[in-house]
Design a protein around this ligand. Structure first.
Ligand code: HEM
Length: 338
């Protein structure tokens, strides 16, 4: 049997426990209780990231880089890839398309003002045309498959559904990888084949001053390539060189690059890629519906003499003086042109 003082002590203790349970504990502010804070881990992660510049785990893959879970530059890069790049691409490509439509509506096709003479000059030989079309076809596939990486998920996935989009993206990626090789060869050949005619000259200054004769009806003199074509040439050589170098760095990751290097390569590749597409849209416009008589230069290799006189007068004079004019098709133009 417990003695009286012991019984009193037990009663006091019981009352104290009841008071604590029913009055004191519920009155304690929530934050002061044992913490169950749902954002605590994120706060620690943020602090870790700030202090260590990365959050790293442990992994079983031989490549230690795969253990890095987060690093601040990765967030910047993700922001670039998910947001900034899309804006740059959309503004450049839709912007140039809008300008071309506007230009076509205002100016229309640039005609051969003197009409066709029916006599032709050889402008590009078979090898030059082969290199041009090989590079151009590769470019179009590379552009579409590259843009699929940037915009496909937003633009095509909702249309095609996950299965078809996955299959298309996989093939597009193979195409992007494998066609890079003939494309690079094409860019090197374009450089070697036409570099002699693409250095800036005095005639280019006048050509630019007169807007290349695109606005109004003037025909500023030009040699084999005018200033506009020289710009396209250097865009292809330098832009093609830049996408090739950065593209191979992406294709063979971490050979001589760290994560920052890979991110830089990707940013340069993507930005140059989308600007390249915009520039080539301008080139395709002027080579097709923008100018009468231009497309055949790269198709059968010949141009009408009057076209040459209007757009490349210095080149035409030289070619005519050297006796390179061919007879009309009825008199065997194609044989002469080839
Ligand atoms: C030698 C030529 C080229 C090589 C080696 C190459 C390689 C690559 C590689 C490895 C990727 C990353 C693909 C991935 O993330 O899975 C890529 C992406 C891309 N490429 Fe190319 N490429 C080349 C030419 C081009 C050209 C000519 C264009 C445009 C006209 C282009 C536009 C793009 C674009 C827009 C992306 C996606 C960028 C992004 O959203 O991340 N590429 N390329």
């Amino acid at each position: 049997m417990a003695t009286l003082p012991t019984r009193i002590r037990i009663m006091v203790a019981t009352i104290a426990v009841l008071v604590l349970a029913t009055v004191v504990i519920p009155a304690i502010p929530a934050g002061a209780q044992q913490p169950v804070n749902p954002t605590a881990s994120a706060v620690n992660e943020e602090r870790l990231l700030q202090q260590l510049q990365r959050v790293e785990g442990r992994g079983t893959l031989p490549d230690a880089k795969s253990n890095i879970i987060e690093q601040p530059a990765g967030r910047d890069w993700r922001q670039f890839h998910q947001v900034t790049l899309k804006w740059i691409g959309a503004i450049a490509i839709l912007g140039i398309l809008a300008l071309l439509v506007l230009f076509y509506l205002i100016r229309g096709m640039v005609r051969i003002e003197a009409g066709r003479s029916g006599r032709t000059l050889v402008r590009f030989n078979a090898f030059e045309r082969f290199v041009h079309w090989m590079t151009a076809v590769c470019f179009v596939v590379l552009a579409l498959s590259g843009l699929n990486i940037t915009f496909g998920k937003d633009l095509l996935l909702p249309w095609l559904g996950p299965e078809a989009f996955t299959a298309w993206s996989q093939w597009a990626k193979y195409a992007h990888n494998y066609l890079s090789f003939p494309f690079t060869l094409g860019v090197v050949l374009v450089f070697l084949m036409w570099v002699a005619w693409n250095f800036p000259s005095k005639a280019d200054v006048e050509w630019i001053k007169q807007g290349g004769g695109m606005v109004g009806h003037g025909h500023p003199p030009a040699k084999r390539f005018n200033a506009g074509q020289k710009m396209i040439y250097w865009i292809v050589v330098l832009g093609g060189g830049a996408v090739a170098v950065t593209g191979y760095l992406l294709m063979f990751p971490f050979y001589g690059t760290d994560i920052a290097g890979m991110q830089l390569a990707q940013v340069i590749h993507a930005v140059v890629g989308v600007l390249f597409v915009a520039a080539m849209l301008g080139h395709i416009y002027i080579g097709t519906i923008g100018m009468e008589g231009a497309f055949e230069a790269m198709w059968d290799g010949t141009v009408d003499v009057n076209w040459a006189k209007e757009h490349h007068s210095l080149w035409a004079e030289k070619e005519i003086a050297e006796g390179h004019v061919s007879a009309p098709p009825s008199e065997g133009r194609m044989q002469a042109a080839e």
